[in-house]
Structure formats: C-alpha cells, structure tokens
Ligand binder design. Structure first.
Ligand code: T3D
Length: 259
C-alpha cells in the first residue's frame, strides 16, 4: 500500500507530500496520523530550517474523505481529534512552512493551505470553501483565516456560496502569496523553501510569533512583544553575522543558531 504521506529530506529542509491522489488527497485517519508524525519529526529536527507542503497528483487536498465517515460519526470529534491539532501543529512550527498548491484545494484542504506561512499555487489550482455544499461551516481555521486574508465581504460570500477562487484571483485578493505557471510551481516552491532554510531561523520564528500575536494584541502589547523579541534576536550569531556582512559588503552566511 502506498504511504499516505511522503517525506523527502533535503539539505536543511524537507518536502512533505499528501499522497492519496485517487481521492485528491482527501484526509482519512491514516493520512492524518502520518502527517502529524511527519510534522512532529520535522519540528524535533534542529537541522530542519524550512518545510514545503504539497500534494501528489492533480489535486492539493479535497479536505475530509467523505467516503471514510459513517452516518454515526460525530463531526465535532473528528475536528477535535484530527483537523484542529493539524492546524495548531502547522501554526506552532517555528520554521517557515511553504505550501505549493498543485491543484484544487477544497474544504479543510483549502484551509490547511491558508494555515501555512507562504502559499504558492499553480495557475490551474482553485480554492473552494466546499463546506456549505454539504451543509457544514468552514473549519480548520477557515472562519478565522478568511476574513483576515480577504476581508469580511469576500469571506462571507466565499463561505456561503462555496464558489471556487482561481489561483490568480486568490493572489490578487491577498488570499495567497503568488500564482505561478503550473510547470514552474514545484521548482519555485523548492527554491523559496531552500532559500528560507538559509535565512536567520531564529528571526523567522520570531516573525511568525509576532505576526500571530498581532492578531489578538493591541498596539501597546505588540510594541512590547517586538521589543522583547528584538532583545533576544540581538544576541544571536545571525544578527552579528548579518551586520558584519553588511559592513563588509558581502552575503551573510546564517547558521540559524539560537542566542
Ligand atoms: O469529519 C468531518 O467530516 C468534518 C470535517 C470536515 C472537513 C472538510 O474538509 S468538509 C469538506 C469535504 N470536502 C468536500 O466537500 C470536497 C468534495 N470534493 C469536491 O467538491 C470536488 O471533488 C472538488 C471540487 C474537490 C474537485 O472536483 P473535480 O471535478 O476536479 O474532481 P472530482 O471528479 O469531483 O474528484 C476526483 C476524485 O476524487 C473522485 O473520485 P473518482 O470518481 O475518480 O473515483 C472523487 O470522488 C474523489 N474525491 C474528491 N473529493 C473527495 C473525494 N473522495 C472522498 N472525499 C473527498 N472529499
């Protein structure tokens, strides 16, 4: 049987691929468990400084495998057991997570992509808040991510109609970072992830923390947080290297080491 999650280890980063292409990489329990293990292993590996998430075949992810749930299933339990921990795990990763949306991203699959730090999508890809079509509410953070990324008006219409959003539209609305030609998606996503893996890892972790906290903080609290983070980052070897490299007019070589 094919593994539901594939992990490729590269120099300083990893590719994690959702691998149930026959169902457009829809989630069953085995794929959830394998993805959780892959993310935990990446988090525990201090040499892993960036992660790329993508899908096998023509889709990125079609959300919950609708054939794998019985009529008696309590959907709240599935969310509590699988989808919420998944989104929390992705958001808690200290390293940058690039998502290469290689095809349709629907339901929880769309919101999994939105939980990542930088989203690239193939021009042929589309994002579908499919939940309403089966009588559900957007989950996996959809009701949190959507209004923050595209504003209330678009969030409400997307959630209530389930209309697909093409990759170029998603880019122009700010739902994702960039739409790229299908043939270039993988190489662009790999180049970006490899680049991030050579950057000041502690600073990127702090950027993630600050931006996440900013969603709930007032300006005063955010200014205090930035001060505290900068105080720590100023003690890191990467800060010293960055300044030294600037003064010497050369490229910095960052190690990602902590203070
Ligand atoms: O526990 C809980 O249930 C609560 C958690 C909910 C989280 C959620 O994610 S709810 C939302 C679940 N997802 C959906 O409702 C999306 C369902 N899929 C679609 O609407 C369409 O398939 C797509 C818009 C994603 C793609 O359409 P299209 O025309 O490109 O492809 P297709 O022909 O519909 O699908 C291709 C195959 O994938 C097909 O199988 P077949 O006929 O070739 O054997 C189809 O059945 C299968 N597939 C697609 N999505 C799912 C799926 N199989 C199982 N579950 C799916 N979600």
């Amino acid at each position: 049987m094919d593994e539901p999650i594939l992990v490729e280890r590269r120099e300083g980063w990893r590719v994690v691929t959702l691998n149930r292409p026959a169902s457009l990489n829809a989630f069953d329990g085995a794929m959830h468990e394998a993805l959780a293990a892959a993310l935990e292993e990446a988090a525990a590996d201090t040499t892993c400084r960036a992660l790329l998430l993508t899908g096998a075949g023509r889709g990125f992810c079609a959300g919950q495998d609708l054939a794998a749930i019985g009529p008696e299933t309590d959907l709240g339990d599935t969310i509590e057991r699988y989808f919420n921990p998944l989104v929390r795990r992705i958001r808690a990763l200290a390293v940058p997570v690039v998502c290469a949306v290689n095809g349709v991203a629907a339901g929880a699959g769309a919101n999994l992509a939105l939980a990542c730090d930088i989203v690239l999508a193939a021009r042929s890809a589309r994002f579908v808040q499919a939940f309403v079509k089966i009588g559900l509410v957007p989950d996996s953070g959809g009701t949190w991510f959507l209004p923050r990324l595209v504003g209330e008006a678009r969030a409400r219409a997307l959630a209530m109609t389930g209309e697909p959003v093409k990759a170029e539209q998603a880019e122009s609305w700010g739902l994702i970072w960039r739409a790229v030609d299908d043939a270039a998606l993988r190489s662009e996503a790999e180049a970006l992830t490899a680049h991030l893996a050579t950057q000041p890892t502690q600073a990127i972790a702090a950027i993630k923390r600050a931006l996440d906290a900013g969603a709930a903080n007032g300006l005063d609290a955010q200014l205090d947080l930035e001060r505290d983070l900068q105080g720590v980052l100023g003690q890191t070897p990467d800060y010293r290297e960055g300044v030294q490299a600037f003064l010497e007019k050369r490229s910095a070589v960052f190690t990602g080491a902590a203070a």
